[in-house]
Design a binder for this molecule. Structure first.
Ligand code: ATP
Ligand code: MN
Length: 422
């Protein structure tokens, strides 16, 4: 990392072009300032004269509809201006959604509920962000549902979440995470427990569709649903199920014609299916960088990002813990009690004995008060992380956003782990 100031470079962007850059080297920082004109980052407008800071891992496109001058200070790994972008097609889709919202508002009916699908690394999450930002910029208040278990942008990995979007995403930290609705799966991939994933999608749909009705503005604004990049076999069946559960009116398919045609074949004709190109700027991520992104999300959950959070650390006695995991090891159907399928096993609560097996694991704090409640269909309040296990004293040390004591709650074990090196 060099301390001497890099010379700022100015870029003059024509209308409908974007400046793309990536930062890979650890510890590097880049500052971007809008000097003149108008520009936006995935739908969030830049304020003129403000220096925006980007750090390691940033993969960014700053787009302009009317032309602009940007000043970049610092060393990027890749940086270029692209004139070919699908942004005009994306804004046309937004305009179509806006028309539907106007009609919905007039008639006081449900606004558009749409889903964004596509294989991995095609810009699904980015397109959702653009749609949501455009919607709030014209005064809407849409719901955002993220069904992506592995790379979701609400709450932490291993969960699905929903938030009400009231203002554009901050350039650095994304959408405000106030009071998200979160359901626990406890795995990085839906395929680890398809039965549970299906159930929490149904539950999420039921709750969010009802919540949408509570407020006239939100009702007309509708919902944007992000999905996983797993689009074959079981993943595809989850997409069909989600489309049905959320009663979606339109599906935007990024990049893949095969998926587009399958959906045309399998989705009722009243649902619009629209094929959209992916942006040439979308960056492919390796397995390692996906794992790292998951880690960063968990770290930010406990420690915050730009505005730091200060988590608590304290000991809890094993005897005070009520830990469960969802899903017992699969038995062949022939070994199951009469009338039960192996799949039922995957949605059973199984008590977990505290011990070294908990080390570094994430535990979801359920809103359920007892195991008599329908725990798997109950949303979660937050998460703690087991940072130490003491077998002699029979205690664990946890990292928690809330101070002690741990309320008398049901904890759900997640497969996800986080090494607290803070
Ligand atoms: P996943 O399969 O992991 O869910 P995805 O389809 O949701 O991926 P995104 O997360 O939207 O894809 O995009 C992948 C990466 O590419 C992100 O880091 C994003 O910031 C970056 N990106 C998206 N669009 C552009 C663009 N036009 N120029 C440069 N980078 C971009
Ligand atoms: Mn994504």
């Amino acid at each position: 990392m060099s301390e001497e100031a890099e010379k700022p470079v100015e870029y003059n962007l024509e209308a409908d072009s974007e400046l793309r850059f990536e930062l890979e080297a650890k510890g590097e920082k880049v500052f971007v300032e809008l000097k003149s004109g108008f520009a936006e980052l995935f739908g969030t407008e830049l304020v003129k004269g403000k220096a925006y800071e980007f750090t390691t891992g940033a993969k960014v496109a700053i787009f302009t509809y009317h032309g602009c001058v940007l000043e970049v200070k610092g060393k990027t790994d890749v940086l270029y201006v692209a004139k070919e972008t699908p942004m005009v097609q994306y804004i046309n889709c937004h305009a179509a959604l806006e028309q539907m919202r106007e009609i919905a508002e007039e008639k006081n009916v449900q606004g558009p509920i749409v889903m964004v699908v596509g294989p991995m690394d095609v810009g699904k999450t980015t397109l959702c962000r653009i749609f949501l930002n455009y919607a709030v910029r014209v005064g809407r208040r849409p719901m955002f549902v993220d069904l992506d278990i592995g790379q979701g942008c609400i709450s932490i990995p291993g969960t699905i979440g929903a938030i009400l979007v009231e203002r554009p995403a901050s350039l650095e930290e994304g959408f405000s995470q106030q009071a998200p609705l979160v359901y626990h799966l406890g795995h990085k991939s839906p395929s680890s427990n398809d039965a549970l994933y299906r159930i929490i999608i149904s539950k999420m749909a039921e709750v969010t569709l009802e919540a949408l009705q509570a407020n006239k503005k939100t009702k007309a604004s509708g919902m944007i649903i992000n999905t996983c990049g797993w689009v074959k076999g079981g993943g595809y069946r989850h997409l069909l199920h989600a489309a049905q559960a959320f009663e979606v009116g339109a599906i935007f398919v990024l990049d893949q014609e095969r998926l587009y045609n399958e959906l045309l074949r399998d989705i009722p004709a009243f649902v619009k299916v629209v094929l959209l190109p992916k942006s040439g700027g979308v960056v492919e991520r390796s397995g390692a960088s996906r794992a790292e992104a998951r880690d960063i999300r968990i770290k930010e959950y406990f420690y915050g990002h730009r505005s730091p959070l200060y988590p608590h650390s304290f000991d809890v006695k094993w005897s005070d813990l009520k830990i469960y995991k969802i899903g017992a090891p699969a038995l062949p159907d022939s070994c199951m009690p009469l009338g039960m399928k192996a799949e039922d096993n995957m949605t059973k609560l199984v008590a977990v004995q505290p011990g070294p097996n908990l080390l570094h694991h994430i535990l979801a704090v359920s809103f359920a008060e007892s195991i008599e409640d329908d725990v798997i269909q109950t949303n979660v309040a937050g998460f703690i992380c087991v940072t130490h296990v003491d077998c002699d004293r029979q205690t664990i040390t946890v990292l928690s956003p809330q101070p002690r004591p741990l309320p008398n709650v049901i904890l759900l074990l997640s497969e996800l782990q986080f090494m607290d090196t803070h």
